[in-house]
Design a protein around this ligand. Structure first.
Ligand SMILES: *Cc1c(COP(=O)(O)O)cnc(C)c1O
Length: 447
């Protein structure tokens, strides 16, 4: 990393009012301070404690519908499969299940969570490079909608497991189109050097092989080139064009192709990124695939859940260092890992009404974890925060709670669902006892 201050980009940060203007679920109320839908975040902080995640149900619904409608308006027969790895909270899954969403899962555990959240296995895609035979057995027994195979080796395993159960597994091949999604290196997945998918040049032969195996019903082609894709849809378009060529070639060989899974990856503006609209994604899909006249699927995670969530945190203390002002929060990288992991920028807003219009000066906002990487931002213009003040980190609904850990023996934060003026705790704060619960010390150590 070249810059000594990697979390402080050198263009001016968006103003508070710009952050709010782009996020209709958030408003700054003159008395109640920052509200998510109709619920003051200060009330959640007071009653549930901090750190806590809060999710806006209507944002989840609105964004799901925007994607579904954009695909429909582009003349596509399409289904939307929410990527549960971005947020697998049961209440979040239940809200999306209520909208008719399907799911995309990457482990047996996620499949169990989505089924518990009301999204049937028969609307769920099972992706991932390392599915075990046991996970595949469980998915097939649950009548999984589709399994995306990531390698020739996995195809053999899928067939053996399914045949043993007297079934044919509905399998799509996830191809690696060797397209550069131009996103962060840790979340690009569609380049030849990435571990994901089958090289597109090898896909036709593998598809023919699948058709000859007793345990497999080849149903389609899948592609997912990366996450947080901004700067237009040209990478999507390039990937889908390669998939379309492949589908045409397969059909030319008499191999049936029932559907194409276009993956996830649509980015969101965390700061000032220009993210493509759903209509642009739908246009890229329709442009490349519509002439094939088959149903398509997408697997968005971040685009649906990211803007729906905030992380509410309290200022522990403000430390006046030799050269910098450090605002130390009670949330850390164990809660929101994205800044440490991806150098991600998150909007930070004060929750108290009185802080919205007060004077600002630069601060480094950090967590309590004993790692320098536990830094949310550097040199951010923020009001004079004092111990006990509450702040909200924005766009934390995807890859937030789902990626959190108990590092530094910090229990997992509570999660809250907001729906209009109603709200409820949907995951209790983890009690400390949980951290001790499944540990034991052998006699020969205890002496
Ligand atoms: C992570 C992932 C997604 C979701 O990605 P987003 O960027 O959150 O939309 C979709 N499909 C697959 C296979 C994934 O691994």
């Amino acid at each position: 990393m070249a810059s000594p201050l990697p979390l402080a980009p050198d263009t001016p940060d968006p103003e508070f009012r710009d952050l709010l203007a782009q996020r209709p679920q958030l408003t700054a109320h003159a008395q109640d301070g920052l509200c998510l839908e109709d619920v003051p975040l200060a009330r959640i902080a007071a009653e549930v404690g901090t750190p806590s995640w809060a999710y806006s149900a209507n944002t989840l619904r609105r964004r799901y519908r925007a994607l579904r409608d954009a695909l429909g308006d582009a003349g596509l027969r399409a289904t939307v499969h929410f990527a549960a790895k971005s947020n697998s909270n049961l209440a979040v899954l239940r809200v999306l299940a209520g909208e008719g969403a399907g799911a995309d899962v990457v482990s047996g555990g996620e499949l169990r969570l989505t089924v518990a959240g009301g999204i049937g296995a028969d609307r769920t895609v099972f992706s991932g490079v390392g599915k075990t035979a046991a996970e595949v057995r469980e998915a097939l027994a649950a009548n999984i909608f589709q399994i995306n195979a990531e390698s020739a080796e996995e195809v053999e395993m899928l067939s053996a497991v399914a045949a043993e159960m007297g079934l044919r597994a509905p399998v799509a091949i996830r191809v690696n189109p060797d397209v550069d999604a131009r996103t962060h290196a840790k979340i690009t997945t569609g380049k030849a050097e990435n571990k994901f998918g089958v090289a597109i040049a090898d896909a036709a032969a593998l598809y023919a092989r699948m058709a000859s195996l007793p345990g497999i019903r080849p149903i389609g082609i899948a592609v997912h080139i990366g996450s947080q894709i901004t700067e237009g849809v040209s990478a999507f378009r390039a990937a889908y064009a390669r998939v379309a060529e492949l589908v045409t070639a397969l059909r030319g060989r008499g191999l049936p192709v029932e559907r194409v899974d276009c993956g996830g990856g649509l980015g969101i503006p965390y700061r000032d990124e220009v993210a493509p609209k759903p209509e642009a994604l739908a246009g890229a899909i329709a442009g490349a695939l519509k002439h094939l006249d088959l149903p398509v699927m997408i697997e968005p995670g971040r685009w649906i859940a990211g803007p729906a969530g905030v992380l509410i945190s309290r200022v522990v203390l403000v430390k006046h260092g030799a050269t910098r002002r450090f605002v130390v929060l009670d949330a850390g990288m164990n809660d929101l890992l994205r800044p440490a992991m991806y150098d991600a920028w998150h909007g930070i807003l004060p929750v108290g009404a009185e802080l919205f219009h007060s004077a600002r000066r630069p601060a480094d906002v950090v967590g309590p974890v004993c790692e320098t990487g536990d830094t949310f931002t550097r040199g951010r213009d923020l009001p004079e925060l004092r111990p006990g003040d509450v702040v909200a980190m924005l766009d934390a609904g995807a890859y937030g709670a789902a990626m959190s850990s108990t590092y530094n023996a910090r229990p997992l934060a509570a999660e809250v669902l907001v729906d209009g003026n109603r709200w409820a705790v949907v995951r209790e704060r983890q009690p400390f006892e949980d951290l001790l619960a499944r540990q034991s010390v052998p006699d020969w150590v205890a002496g």
